[in-house]
Structures are given as C-alpha cells and as structure tokens.
Ligand binder design. Structure first.
Ligand SMILES: Cc1cc2nc3c(=O)[nH]c(=O)nc-3n(C[C@H](O)[C@H](O)[C@H](O)COP(=O)(O)OP(=O)(O)OC[C@H]3O[C@@H](n4cnc5c(N)ncnc54)[C@H](O)[C@@H]3O)c2cc1C
Length: 269
C-alpha cells in the first residue's frame, strides 16, 4: 500500500527542490501512477500552487508547465493548429477524460515510462525539458538519464515547420499501447530530416533521425524500404501484450503509414 507521512504544499520551487533532496521525498504530479505503488513516502511535495499548470504560447515555443494536465494538452488549440491532431491522438487513448484531467505532463515525462504515449510523441518534436537544478536540456537527453531528485518545471516545444503523425496499437481501447510511434519531418541544417520515435517496445521511446530524400514522386516500394530500415534500427522486447517480432512488424507498418500520410498531404498542398 502507498503511504505518506507528511504533506507539504510548496510556496516556491526552491522550497520544493530542497524538500525533494531527502531520500524519501516525492514530488506530486496528479498522483495517478504513484498512488498505485507500494512506496512509503516521508514527505510528499505538492507543487500545484506554483503556477505550473498552463500552456504558454509565444512566437517561438510552447511552454507546458509540469502540472498541466493531459486533458489540457489534448485540448490546446495552438498545439492542434501547429501539429494537427497528433498530440491529441497521443493522449486520447489514455484511460478516460476524468483520468486525463488529473494526470500531468510533468509526471508523465519525469516517469520516463516505457509505455508512455506522451513521451513517444513529444520526443519526435523539437522538445526540451526545463529542470530546476539541471537547466534546460533536450528531451532526448533527459530520457536516457536515471531519475534523480531534480524537479521538472516545464516541457518546451520549439515551434518549427514540422509535420507530424502519431499512431499506437492497443489490444483493447484504453489499455497500454502494444507499440507507439511518432514520425516527424522538418528541416535540419537546411536538409529535410525525418524523426522517428518508437515507444512501448516495451522499452521507453527512443529517437532515430534520418536524412531520407522523400518527395511526392517517391514510390511506395521506396517508402516501404525506409520504414523497414527505421523499424530495424530499434530494439524490441516481448511481454504479455506482444512479442518482439510482432512489435517490430507493427513499427514498420506504422512508420510506413505515417510517411505515406505526410507525403500525400504535401502532394495535396
Ligand atoms: C491505469 C493507468 C493507465 C495508464 N495508461 C497510459 C497509457 O496508455 N499511455 C500513457 O502514456 N500513459 C499512461 N499512464 C500514465 C499516465 O498517463 C501518467 O503518466 C501517470 O499517471 C503519471 O502522471 P501523474 O501526473 O499521475 O504523476 P504522479 O503519479 O504524481 O508521479 C509520477 C512520478 O513522477 C514524479 N513527478 C511528478 N511530477 C514531477 C515533477 N514535476 N518533477 C519531478 N518529478 C515529478 C513523482 O514523484 C513520481 O515519481 C497510465 C497510468 C495508469 C495509472
């Protein structure tokens, strides 16, 4: 059973960070995951009073506060305008609306869960995390760090001309994904770069960058070959939801469909 000895509502990030340095302290997100565990927490630190629950949009970035809920992420008009339905698609399968009204972006990203749709999706975009002590680093770097006692303050997505597709496969609606995949294309150093993020392998999402030359004239066989190459670059494991071989096959199919969808959108512009 999960138990807590002391609850503190932090007045500043500094106070929250200092409290979090004790071995048995934990920062609270929405508590949706943490409360299912067996931890005996000495001090639980509530950061909900620190103004971190919004999404701020500027000319250059979206700054998503750690306490922003998954539901707010799903419904944000600016994100939908910039990325179509991709971010919404990544979160809409997570349990249900009431759940997403409580689970936070901070808890989802800080946890670096293998099954995370949120991580898989944001990893393929130009995304950074702002840490209280560790500064602002790329999400792709943060993913490989071991969890420590820092505080995730916000998630920052740099606005770039990028096209994104997100898809997942689930055995039943609202279950954890068997496989999750995001494909993004955009310019990097003046060349078109394709970013492929595959999560729920069942290991946590990782990112592949490829300078594929794909245009509206690229034929289906070539796109299929790129998808096969990308899927083969990730490792996969087996669990009760699917075998490694099945996951690799799903990855290939989802990547191919995503590339095809992006290219056909470009052809119709
Ligand atoms: C039944 C169930 C099904 C789920 N299905 C899916 C799914 O299909 N896809 C998916 O992507 N996700 C899924 N999730 C995960 C969910 O979306 C959230 O990611 C998860 O609940 C954590 O978010 P939270 O706000 O509840 O964090 P909490 O449970 O409060 O915290 C999680 C961890 O993060 C730490 N933490 C929280 N906020 C911060 C911060 N700002 N700084 C530092 N550390 C912090 C906490 O100390 C704790 O260790 C599921 C969760 C559950 C319980």
């Amino acid at each position: 059973m999960f138990s807590v000895n002391q609850y503190v509502k932090a007045k500043t990030l500094k106070e929250a960070y200092e409290l979090n340095q004790a071995r048995n302290s934990r920062v609270m997100g929405g508590m949706m995951w943490m409360r299912l565990g067996n931890a005996r927490v000495q001090t639980i630190i509530d950061i909900s009073g620190l103004g971190l629950d919004g999404i701020e949009e500027t000319d250059h970035v979206f700054r998503i506060g750690a306490m922003c809920t998954l539901r707010a992420l799903e419904q944000h008009e600016g994100l939908q305008e910039m990325y179509g339905g991709a971010i919404k698609e990544a979160v809409r399968h997570i349990v249900g609306v009431q759940f997403r009204n409580q689970a936070t972006v901070g808890g989802s990203i800080y946890g670096r869960y293998g099954f995370s749709d949120v991580l898989t999706c944001l990893l393929a975009l130009d995304t950074f995390v702002e840490l209280y002590n560790g500064g602002t680093i790329r999400l792709s770097e943060f993913v490989s760090h071991r969890p420590d006692n820092d505080i995730l303050v916000s998630v920052i997505i740099r606005k770039r001309e990028r096209k994104i597709r997100y898809a997942s496969v689930r055995r039943t609606a609202t279950d954890f994904p068997v496989l999750a995949c995001a494909v993004v294309t955009g310019l990097l150093h003046g060349e078109e770069c394709w970013y492929v993020s595959v999560g729920a392998r069942p290991m946590r999402a990782s990112l592949l960058e490829k300078f594929w030359r794909i245009s509206r004239d690229t034929d289906a066989e070539q796109i299929a070959a790129y998808a096969k190459e990308a899927a083969a670059a990730f490792s996969y494991g087996s669990n009760m939801r699917g075998s490694a071989g099945y996951r690799r096959h799903l990855a290939e199919v989802l990547i191919r469909r995503a590339i095809t969808s992006i290219v056909s959108e470009e052809a119709n512009v």
